[in-house]
Design a protein around this ligand. Structure first.
Ligand code: NDP
Length: 293
């Protein structure tokens, strides 16, 4: 466990890069043991439809991380003109392929394709993104199987730094299916008393101010002001916003928040690296579960 005392008036920085590296090393060790026991390595199928530039960067990083951990990745790059039936057919093939332990369909999908329909077609036992309604439902019912990578990464980061979650008050800002909602379920599972905020929340500053744990997942640069943060709170900034200057910033006003928080994640180098690490971890877990029958 990494324990950092708050130095003076400045928050301890939660080093997602370092913790992610540790998770990836752990996965690589498990991959070696798995390969020795089963004569194959875990496999992740990565489907990217069309040519979204941002998606290409994410996909490249995911494949590189797989290779470093010893996980085999299988790439599928159907063109933007792929039909719904063709894409569903591909998912079905991957569901049946015994070399594939995880299936990832990179979002967003081009217009005209219903992301929900495609994601729902993925075998829940191979849904390493954790977006399938079955996996969301299992998390909601306190029996998680494959957990959405970003929220799961936040929980792992908190654990690594010894940040207590049980008995705390937490505020999650953002209620999307892929980050905010599952984040709230994760924190609830961890024993926190959770408030979820969204665009219609009436008094966001007060909701943030009474939280011991703040998770920001909005997609608006530095929207959460440092002055709102309670003294000593742990702040997890999921937001990734590219400014016109090219600089990447989070959803939290980092410098001002650091003066009040006890712990804070930087952007970049905080939650982002954890997301990919947890994807590898989920793929490894899926392979082990499938091998155990
Ligand atoms: P979405 O756009 O799907 O969701 C944004 C959420 O923020 C919605 O629930 C929305 O409310 C809420 N919101 C918007 N405006 C306000 C406001 N003024 N006050 C309070 N809440 C507001 O985004 P995602 O969840 O997909 O992503 C959020 C951010 O996280 C983005 O910056 C994204 O790039 C980043 N991200 C980072 C990852 C990582 O690995 N670090 C992984 C995934 C995402 P409503 O529901 O009412 O519309």
């Amino acid at each position: 466990m990494l324990m950092h005392a708050k130095a003076g008036n400045s928050a301890a920085i939660l080093d997602g890069k370092a913790v992610a590296a540790r998770v990836r090393t752990e996965v690589a060790e498990k991959v070696r043991a798995f390969s020795a026991a089963h004569g194959r390595v875990p496999g992740l199928a990565v489907v990217q439809v069309g040519h979204n530039a941002a998606s290409s960067v994410y996909v490249r990083n995911k494949k590189k991380a797989c290779a470093e951990a010893g996980i085999e990745s299988f790439s599928f790059d159907p063109p933007e003109t792929v039909t719904r039936q063709e894409l569903l057919g591909l998912v079905e093939l991957l569901n049946k392929d015994s070399r594939v332990d995880g299936i990832l369909v990179q979002l967003p999908l081009p217009e005209g394709l219903d992301a929900n329909e495609i994601m729902d077609a993925i075998d829940p036992s191979k849904d390493v993104d954790g977006f399938h309604p079955t996996n969301t439902g299992l998390l909601a019912q306190k029996r998680p199987l494959l957990r959405p990578c970003t929220p799961f990464g936040v929980i792992r980061l908190a654990q690594e730094y010894g940040i207590k979650l049980a008995g705390t008050r937490s505020t999650v800002v953002g209620a999307s299916n892929i980050v905010g909602r599952p984040m709230a379920l994760e924190l609830l599972l961890a024993g926190s008393t959770v408030t979820v905020c969204h665009s219609r929340t009436r008094d966001l500053p007060s909701e943030v101010a009474r939280a011991d744990i703040v998770v920001a997942a909005i997609g608006k640069p530095e929207m959460i002001k440092g002055a709102w943060i309670a003294e000593g709170a742990a702040v997890f900034d999921v937001g990734m916003n590219r400014l016109d200057s090219g600089r990447l910033v989070g959803d939290v006003e980092f410098t001002a928040a650091s003066q009040r928080a006890g712990w804070i994640t930087p952007v970049p180098g905080g939650v982002g690296p954890m997301t990919i690490a947890m994807l590898l971890s989920n793929t490894m877990d899926s392979a082990l579960r499938r091998a155990a029958g």
